[in-house]
Design a protein around this ligand. Structure first.
Ligand code: NAD
Ligand code: ZN
Length: 254
């Protein structure tokens, strides 16, 4: 199938769909300047997945927060960047009623920053830190915590250790039911920038694909569910691809 036919089919599917939900992964933010984990410059390639998992997990955090923070500061603090074209177009698509919302595995907060309203961030938000004392739970912005460049940050209210408000290995995802419901009640699912290897979201997408046909994947490189997709678009520039889709969607109307 030639690219133009693919775009046409995506536009036709989206304009006929009463409920389109978008699932995004690290690949939507690479054009904003945040590397993904599994790409050529990704942290898994550089350090090895095992090493990352051994430190960025909840047990290491609880037992040795100093070790955790040394590693986290060095490798995980995301650069402060602006949303990419793709983030902005998704926000526009929500406003004009073409999509109902976004389930994201990203922790960068860029969908919200671009103006998307209904965003279910299942892995949390690296823009903030949360007090680990369950009777306190005070939240702190990264601008308050990250100037401290060594040691373990603690809560001003109660002195307990602060944790980046993101899901570490060994922790359950946030908003499990919301994410599952949103994906399973969609008629069309548009996956952007995810290799669909990280569970449970990949499992929700897989379950969706066994019930419905209308799975669209825009990803550079292969994903685990390419075989189940109605259309798979693999192009170098996702912002431009979405811009093209949105242009034709507006001409077709809803
Ligand atoms: P992944 O790393 O498994 O997959 C990303 C996919 O996007 C890859 O297949 C890659 O080839 C593709 N890709 C890269 N650039 C692209 C582009 N410009 N356009 C289209 N596709 C592109 O990502 P994942 O499935 O989200 O899982 C990674 C995990 O790491 C998640 O748990 C996520 O929370 C976390 N993570 C988040 C961020 C972020 O918040 N920006 C960044 C890195 C990792
Ligand atoms: Zn506290």
């Amino acid at each position: 199938m030639k690219p133009n036919e693919q775009i046409e089919q995506v536009v036709r599917t989206l304009s006929n769909s009463p409920n389109t939900v978008v699932v995004t992964g690290a690949g939507i933010s690479t054009e904003a300047g945040i590397p993904d984990f599994r790409g050529p410059n990704g942290i898994y390639r550089q350090l090895g997945e095992d090493r990352v998992m051994n430190i960025i997990n909840i047990h290491t955090f609880n037992q040795n927060p100093a070790l955790f923070y040394d590693f986290y500061r060095q490798h995980f603090v995301l650069p402060p960047v602006e949303p990419s074209k793709a983030h902005y177009i998704l926000a526009e698509m929500e406003k004009s009623g073409f999509i109902k919302g976004i389930v994201t595995q990203n922790i960068d907060g860029l969908h919200e920053k671009a103006g998307s309203r209904r965003v279910v961030a299942v892995h949390g938000n690296s823009e903030q830190y949360v007090c680990t004392n369950r009777h306190c739970r005070e939240l702190y912005g990264r601008d308050k915590v990250e100037p401290q460049t060594s040691g373990v940050p603690t809560c001003e209210q109660c002195g307990s250790v602060l944790k980046p408000d993101v899901i570490l290995f060994g922790e359950p995802i946030k908003h499990f039911t919301d994410a599952q419901d949103m994906i399973m009640s969609a008629r069309t699912l548009l996956v952007i920038g995810s290799s669909l290897t990280v569970y449970p979201v990949a499992g929700f997408v897989k379950a969706f694909s066994t019930f419905y046909q209308d799975l669209i994947i825009i990803n550079r490189g292969p994903t685990q569910l390419d075989h189940a997709a109605l259309v798979k678009i693999d192009r170098p520039n996702t912002g431009e691809t979405l811009e093209e889709i949105y242009y034709y969607l507006n001409r077709t109307g809803k």
